[in-house]
Design a protein around this ligand. Structure first.
Ligand SMILES: Cc1ncc(COP(=O)(O)O)c(C=O)c1O
Length: 394
C-alpha cells in the first residue's frame, strides 16, 4: 500500500524549501562566506537572558494562559503604542510560537477551501505554503516592475480579475527578501482599495524595528478593522530561537482566531514569555545598536555590488539586499548562485526562489559580521573578475 496517497491532498502541492536546500548545500563548503539565512548574529540582550533565568528559578514551569501572560500582552500593547502609535489592548493580542505560528493561525482562520490570497512577489515563501495547506489559492503578483511594491493599481486590477474569492492580501514590510518598505501614504492608498471589501490584510511587520530611512509606517493606522498584524521579538531582540511572536487584531477577530491557536499550541512556553515581557518592557530600544551595525553592513555590500555592476534598489529595512546580477554575467540566478558558492566561496540565495519577478536576482542577508562581509565582498569581487576574464578569453 502506498500510504502517502492517503495524506491531505494539499500537502502534495507544498514544495519543500529550496532556500533551505541551498543553505544546506552551502554550509557544507569549507571557508564559504554565508549570506543565506535571516538569522541575527547578535546575542539576545543580557537583561532578557537574566529574566529567563529568574523565571526558571521562580518555577514558572506551568501552562501560561492560552493567549499569553497578562504581563507580556500588556508590555506588547505599550510597546506598539509607544513605538509606532499602534493601539491594541492586551485582549487584542495573542502570543504565538514565533511570527510563523501567527501567520499560520491567521491564514487557517480566514480561509475556506478555494479562497484566494493575493501575495506580492518576490516573497517570503511561508505564506504560499500556509495558504496551500489551508486549501486556498495563492495569487502571486509580480512587483518587479513597480520597485517591488504592490501599487494601488496592481491591487485593484488583481481584485477585479480574481473576483469575490479573494479573501486576503499579504503585505510584508520591511520585506524579506527585498528590504523594501512602504511609506504611510503608499499604505493609505492600498487601504483605500481594500476598505469595506470583505478582504483581510495580513501585515507581517516582524522587521518593524529595522527601518533605516524612515519611521515605520503601518496599514494598521488606516485599516485597523480588516488588518491582522503579525510581529514579534525574533528580529528586534535577536530572539529567533525563543519562539515568541505576536498576533494583533480587533477583539472580535482575536476571540475567533484564538481557537486555532488554542487547539494547535495551547500556549507558548511560560519562561520564554517572561523573557519577551522583559524585552518589550525594559528593552524598548534594544534594536538600536543592532540597527546601526546592520546599516553599516548594508552600505559596505551596496558599495561593492554597485562597483561590480549589480543593480540594487536601496533597501530601507530588514537585513536583506536583493540585487540583480550584472548583465554581462550568467543570467540564470540558480546556476549563478551554485557556481558562486562552489568556485567563489560566497553563498547568496537565488532570487527566483522567492517567486515571480525574482529571476536574475540574488538575496544576500547581512545578518553576519562585518569581518565576514569584508571577506565575502573580496571573494565576490574576485569571482566576478575571474568570470569576466574567462569570457574575454572565449
Ligand atoms: C517576513 C518574515 N516573517 C516571519 C518570519 C518568521 O519569524 P519567527 O522566527 O518569529 O517565526 C520571518 C523569518 O525569517 C520572516 O522573514
Amino acid at each position: 500500500m502506498e500510504i502517502t496517497k492517503y495524506l491531505n491532498k494539499q500537502l502534495v502541492n507544498v514544495q519543500p524549501s529550496n532556500i533551505l536546500a541551498f543553505a544546506n548545500f552551502a554550509a557544507d563548503i569549507p571557508n564559504i562566506v554565508n549570506f543565506t539565512l535571516g538569522e541575527p548574529d547578535f546575542d539576545t540582550p543580557k537583561h532578557v537572558q537574566q529574566a529567563a533565568i529568574r523565571s526558571i528559578q521562580a518555577n514558572h514551569s506551568h501552562y501560561a494562559p492560552s493567549n499569553g501572560t497578562q504581563e507580556l500582552r500588556q508590555n506588547a500593547s505599550d510597546f506598539l503604542a509607544a513605538k509606532y502609535g499602534q493601539h491594541y489592548a492586551p485582549e487584542e493580542i495573542i502570543v504565538t510560537e514565533g511570527a510563523t505560528e501567527a501567520i499560520y493561525t491567521a491564514i487557517v482562520s480566514v480561509l475556506n477551501p478555494g479562497d484566494k490570497v493575493i501575495i506580492p512577489t518576490p516573497t517570503f515563501p511561508l505564506y504560499i505554503a500556509d495558504v496551500t495547506v489551508a486549501g486556498g489559492q495563492p495569487i502571486l503578483v509580480d512587483t518587479s516592475a513597480t520597485d517591488f511594491k504592490l501599487t494601488p493599481e496592481l491591487l485593484a486590477d488583481t481584485i477585479a480579475h480574481e473576483g469575490p474569492a479573494v479573501k486576503m492580501v499579504v503585505l510584508n514590510y520591511p520585506s524579506n527578501p527585498t528590504g523594501i518598505t512602504y511609506s504611510q501614504a503608499e499604505l493609505d492608498a492600498l487601504a483605500d482599495i481594500l476598505r469595506d471589501k470583505p478582504i483581510f490584510a495580513l501585515c507581517d511587520e516582524i522587521y518593524s524595528e529595522l527601518n533605516y530611512d524612515q519611521p515605520h509606517a503601518s496599514l494598521t493606522k488606516t485599516l485597523r478593522e480588516q488588518t491582522i498584524l503579525i510581529t514579534g521579538v525574533s528580529k528586534s531582540h535577536a530572539m529567533t530561537g525563543w519562539r515568541i511572536g505576536l498576533l494583533c487584531a480587533p477583539k472580535v477577530l482575536t476571540d475567533e482566531l484564538s481557537k486555532i491557536h488554542q487547539f494547535t499550541i495551547t500556549s507558548t512556553a511560560t519562561v520564554m514569555q517572561d523573557a519577551a515581557a522583559e524585552a518589550l518592557g525594559n528593552g524598548q530600544d534594544d534594536a538600536l545598536p543592532m540597527k546601526t551595525e546592520y546599516q553599516k553592513r548594508r552600505d559596505v555590500i551596496l558599495e561593492t555590488l554597485n562597483e561590480l555592476g549589480f543593480q540594487t534598489a536601496k533597501p530601507s529595512g530588514a537585513f536583506y539586499i536583493y540585487t540583480k546580477i550584472a548583465p554581462d554575467l550568467e543570467q540564470d540566478d540558480e546556476k549563478f548562485a551554485y557556481d558562486l558558492a562552489k568556485t567563489g566561496l560566497v553563498a547568496a540565495v537565488p532570487g527566483s526562489y522567492f517567486g515571480p519577478g525574482g529571476a536574475h536576482y540574488l538575496r544576500l542577508s547581512y545578518a553576519t559580521s562585518m569581518a565576514e562581509i569584508t571577506r565575502g565582498m573580496t571573494q565576490l569581487r574576485q569571482y566576478v573578475v575571474d568570470q569576466r576574464n574567462e569570457s574575454e578569453r572565449i
